[in-house]
Design a binder for this molecule. Structure first.
Ligand SMILES: [Zn+2]
Length: 132
């Protein structure tokens, strides 16, 4: 019981203000499918914060998966400290965002991306992104 209460009170990484269990935890830990591109994008940010490379690969569209390696994803996820996600705009299948993090040298960095998503069969997938 104590453990459950602690889990519920943990705020989600993606800055919705919801608890992790009621937010990205549904997709990262309870196998639910993110219902929108925006929810998927938020959960992918939380996957970086929790070093969940498997989830990041699984939610990358199959046509793009060859360009990613689990080792590289894990390296990027763990070498940075993920601080904040800011959604700038979103549509049904795009999300524009900034992710704030400290790099390995503890320098503050911002990752800007305009991401495209695709709904296929059972859920949403990340296709690719434009960077500034
Ligand atoms: Zn979340």
């Amino acid at each position: 019981m104590v453990k459950k209460r602690l889990m519920e009170s943990k705020k989600c990484f993606c800055d919705t203000g919801l608890s992790f269990n009621a937010c990205c935890g549904l997709y990262l830990e309870q196998n639910q499918k993110a219902p929108t591109a925006l929810a998927l994008m938020r959960s992918r940010y939380s996957a970086y914060a929790t070093h969940n490379a498997d989830y990041l690969l699984e939610t990358t569209h199959v046509s793009e998966r060859q360009y990613y390696s689990k080792t590289e994803i894990l390296k990027w996820a763990t070498s940075n400290q993920w601080q904040k996600l800011e959604i700038l705009s979103s549509s049904e299948d795009t999300v524009e965002f900034k992710a704030y993090f400290l790099n390995a040298d503890r320098q503050p960095q911002t990752h800007y991306e305009f991401s495209t998503f695709r709904f296929e069969k059972e859920g949403w997938f990340y296709v690719d992104g434009k960077f500034e």
